[in-house]
Design a binder for this molecule. Structure first.
Ligand code: FES
Ligand code: FES
Length: 164
């Protein structure tokens, strides 16, 4: 039995330690946001966060994730109350088929945690491991800039609120 902390909740997982995280997320925890694209670490569709860093869950065994904070796209918000990254991708209409989008959002989330105001070049470089077959790259770029702006606005209002 392995304990994984997923979206803030400890989950007991009964699986071989070599099982890729993606299979556990989708098959045991019914968290279907992360997608199976290639299964070989080559497309980014399965990207999630471990302690804030983007990882490819299709090639990451659960044995190395014990005690680490795993965040999936479901952890960024809900349909009723989308988080800033999700809101921005909706506003920018960044999805065509949508298959790559959860992975894009998670890698962008990791970027904005490190760099709250990335340039176009920095976003392109950070998202390079994630492929989009539909070619919505320009909208994805706009979405990440918008997410950065939404997060800064949220931070500013929190700071303002704290000052009052
Ligand atoms: S499914 Fe993991 S990188 Fe393609
Ligand atoms: S929106 Fe279809 S693969 Fe990116």
């Amino acid at each position: 039995m392995i304990t994984l902390v997923v979206n803030g909740t400890a989950r007991q997982i009964d699986a071989d330690p070599s099982t890729p995280l993606l299979y556990v997320l989708r098959d045991q925890l019914q968290l279907n946001g992360a997608k199976f694209g290639c299964g070989l670490g080559q497309c980014g569709a399965c990207t999630v966060l471990a302690d804030g860093q983007a990882i490819l869950s299709c090639v990451t065994p659960i044995s190395v994730l014990q005690g680490r904070q795993i965040t999936t796209v479901e952890g960024l918000g809900t349909v009723e109350n989308p988080g800033p990254m999700q809101r921005a991708f909706i506003d920018a209409q960044a999805a065509q088929c949508g298959y790559c989008i959860p992975g894009m959002m998670m890698r962008a989330q990791a970027l904005l945690q490190d760099n709250s105001r990335p340039t176009d070049a920095q976003i392109r470089a950070a998202l390079e491991p994630n492929l989009c077959r539909c070619g919505t790259h320009m909208r994805i770029l706009r979405a990440v800039h918008r997410a950065a702006a939404l997060m800064q606005r949220a931070d500013a209002s929190t700071t303002d609120g704290g000052a009052r």
